[in-house]
Design a protein around this ligand. Structure first.
Ligand code: NAD
Ligand code: TDX
Length: 366
């Protein structure tokens, strides 16, 4: 019976569809847009992105000529704009990734996180509600969230489960937790069909170089200090970004209405062990003397309110929906380092701000 229901959902959702993917020019969003445009040629994929400092259309330069791909530059905080966009495309599905995503920025500027992550999400929910107008057949609002909403773990035996109580401890995680609550509230109050996933730390190509792994790769290459916060003992559970995109695909098509799914790599590393690994990998790729890059490690003042450990139990997703990571951490990290070294202009353009030119050349005249 359960198999029949899942199969029915897949069939309904595989028919030609229009899907608005928000934040599709960002790190994870660009991998989701690529997967959906290539795997589902019958779907029309609308990428709605404001192109903040973190949005970069060169992430999608290999697929942006596909006939089922459209880019719309816009701000989810602008309710009138969002309403008009939904009216124009009348989407069947929304996959919502747009967000302010960097914890350190949320500490210095919490309000931009409230605006995009909370107000922006509610604007999207309202637009979907108006467009679908109670006719929810074949419709779905997919909200992409984070493991940080669950707070931090101290007991090494403990993992975040879908029913772990929320305990956000940074302005970023508080804004994501709030948006999660709104999505569930719209499901409960208005019957909005939704699924939600909470994923652990992603890594891979196109990761913005303010985040730990690409920042370290960039600094190692440029022989700059490697800033490790505090004692480097904080633990993160790392997942290859393409495996997150695959999980989103499977949950979008086979997830149960109203349900939450945790996504994680079962792959915990202290920050210092990970930085050591990256130093050694980069030294071998760059032909450096063994141990050379470790000399760049510099312990710096800890992040305020730094969460100690995140660790996801993804067994619900693995058991109820067919998904498991496709690469080991060793493979994924080697692919990631190779991608950065082979696409060094990507990181150079970002650090010099040149990537905005791509938008100006490709879209601004249209
Ligand atoms: P990112 O910062 O790389 O990309 C965010 C994208 O959203 C950018 O393209 C940006 O231009 C766009 N955006 C920001 N504000 C906008 C606005 N007001 N209107 C329209 N577009 C806007 O983020 P990411 O790391 O790819 O994360 C994507 C989503 O996944 C976020 O919701 C984040 O909370 C969640 N998430 C991230 C991770 C991770 O490890 N990176 C893990 C779990 C969940
Ligand atoms: O320079 C650094 N030095 C350092 O020690 C940076 C940038 C980070 N760190 C530490 C802080 C964290 O313990 O490394 C760890 C990872 O830091 P980030 O890459 O900033 O990620 P994190 O704070 O764990 O949040 C990430 O995972 C969950 C994403 O940025 C979020 O968007 C996602 O929701």
């Amino acid at each position: 019976m359960r198999f029949f229901v899942v199969q029915l959902n897949i069939n309904i959702l595989m028919a030609a569809k229009t899907i608005i993917i928000t934040g599709g020019a960002g790190f994870i969003g660009s991998h989701v847009v690529r997967l959906f445009t290539k795997k589902y040629p019958d779907y029309q994929i609308i990428n709605l992105d404001k192109l903040t400092y973190a949005g970069n259309l060169t992430n999608l330069s290999d697929i942006d000529k596909l006939p089922n791909y459209t880019f719309e530059k816009g701000d989810i905080v602008d309710a009138a704009y969002v309403d008009a966009l939904f009216d124009k495309y009348k989407p069947d599905g929304v996959i919502h990734l747009a967000a302010e995503s960097h914890v350190d920025r949320s500490i210095t500027d919490p309000m931009s996180f409230v605006m995009t992550n909370v107000v922006g999400t509610v604007n999207l929910l309202n637009a979907a509600k108006k467009t679908w107008h109670g006719n929810y057949e074949g419709k779905l609002f997919y909200h992409v969230s984070t493991d940080e909403v669950y707070g931090e773990l101290h007991n090494p035996e403990e993992f975040f489960l879908e029913d772990t109580s929320y305990d956000p401890r940074s302005p970023y995680s508080a804004s994501k937790a709030s948006s999660d609550h709104f999505v569930r509230a719209y499901h409960n109050t208005y019957g909005m069909p939704m699924v939600l996933s909470n994923c652990s730390n992603n890594y891979g190509p196109n990761h913005f170089p303010e985040k730990l792994i690409p920042l370290m790769i960039n600094n190692i290459k440029n022989k700059k200090p490697l800033p490790v916060y505090g004692k480097g003992e904080n633990v993160r559970d790392w997942l290859y970004v393409i495996d997150h995109a695959r999980a989103i695909d499977n949950i979008f098509h086979a997830g149960k209405n109203g349900e939450t799914y945790n996504i994680g790599g079962n792959n915990e590393w202290t920050n210092i062990a990970l930085v050591h690994l990256l130093c050694d990998l980069m030294d071998s790729k760059l032909g450096n003397e063994v141990g050379k890059s470790r000399e760049l490690i510099t312990y710096v003042t800890d992040r305020a309110g730094h969460d100690l450990r995140y660790a996801i139990d993804a067994s619900k997703l693995m058991n109820e929906i067919d998904w498991k990571p496709s690469v080991t951490f060793e493979e994924g990290l080697a692919k990631t380092v190779d991608w950065y070294l082979n696409n060094w202009s990507w990181i150079e353009n970002i650090t010099s701000g040149d990537y905005a030119n791509y938008y100006n050349e490709m879209y601004a005249q249209r």
